[in-house]
Design a protein around this ligand. Structure first.
Ligand SMILES: C[S@@+](CC[C@H](N)C(=O)[O-])C[C@H]1O[C@@H](n2cnc3c(N)ncnc32)[C@H](O)[C@@H]1O
Length: 279
């Protein structure tokens, strides 16, 4: 269960602000690292949300597609959305809270975790990530030998590259402790027994289509669609709204966005793929 975002509430509006960015890259990674086509795979979508990534994979008719999430609201939206299922696919949904994964050992060829890691609690110093390691150990258990885990996450550098993060410097520091760097992610995977095979920063797609809207931070609905805002205090939000309103009135708001936006350099997302080695 996320402590920073109320996903039961957000499930109603999630699909208007999120896209399954780079889903085709996940498919390529899964196929090249397992040597199988999706249609011959058993796949799990961990922290599936409203099923946007699963919807993409369903087109390729996987043998099994399992969706799991801690939010009943998100799961019920996913069920509504994924009504049209190819006859060759067995589709299933499960409510479960990570690190628990109520699935048999050696069940899946591929697992994906898209934008979920930052919801798992860690030590406040930001140096150790026990829940994440526990979760990866569970992934190792449910993957078949030779199976693949793909992860979409955001690195601290990519957080810095989001123009709006600079509006609340204290909150930005909180997120530096919450987000894993590439090396920290690699260490957590290795501690759990998974081998990192490839990692990319994607420059092309933003997962949030309205991300560059200069007046976005003034809207509560816009803020609720980005987890960053869930850890701000009320006073921080009040100060930020005053600042953004001032810049808007002075005509300097767009310049602020242009100065701080660096997604074109650091990319919006980090994509990695790791493998459960065949013993
Ligand atoms: C940002 S959303 C991503 C949803 C989906 N993967 C996507 O990219 O569209 C994060 C999801 O992780 C789920 N989540 C957060 N903490 C969780 C936990 N401890 N166990 C299972 N799911 C969790 C939330 O309920 C939410 O649906």
């Amino acid at each position: 269960m996320s402590k920073i975002t109320d996903y039961n509430d957000i499930s109603q509006s999630y699909d208007s602000v999120r896209e399954p960015a780079d889903a085709c890259i996940l498919k390529s990674l899964m196929e090249s690292l397992t040597g199988k086509c999706v249609k011959d795979m058993d796949i799990i979508d961990i922290g599936c949300g409203t099923g946007n990534f699963s919807e993409y994979f369903l087109r390729f008719e996987p043998r099994n597609l399992a969706l799991m999430d801690a939010s009943e609201g998100m799961l019920s939206k996913a069920k509504e959305k994924l009504q049209s299922v190819p006859p060759s696919t067995n589709l299933s949904f499960k409510h479960a809270v990570l690190p628990n994964m109520p699935y048999e050992d050696n069940s899946f060829d591929a697992a994906m975790m898209n934008l979920v890691l930052h919801h798992l609690e860690q030590d406040p110093d930001g140096k150790s990530f026990p829940k994440i390691v526990q979760t990866f150990k569970e992934v190792l258990r449910i993957l078949k030998p030779g199976g693949v885990l793909t992860i979409i996450s955001v690195t601290p550098e990519q957080l810095e590259a989001n123009w709006f993060a600079h509006l609340v410097p204290k909150n930005k520091e909180r997120w530096h402790k919450r987000l894993l760097s590439h090396d920290q992610l690699k260490n957590c995977l290795s501690e759990a027994g998974l081998t990192l095979k490839s990692a990319y920063n994607t420059l092309t797609a933003s997962y949030h289509p309205d991300h560059s809207n200069p007046e976005g931070p003034l809207s509560e609905a816009w803020r609720r669609s980005i987890s960053f805002w869930g850890t701000c205090t009320e006073d921080e939000i009040k100060d930020m709204v005053q600042n953004v309103t001032r810049m808007k009135n002075e005509g300097t708001l767009q310049e602020y966005v242009d100065t701080h936006e660096k997604l074109g350099i650091y990319g919006a997302l980090h994509i990695s793929a790791s493998k459960k080695e065949v013993q």
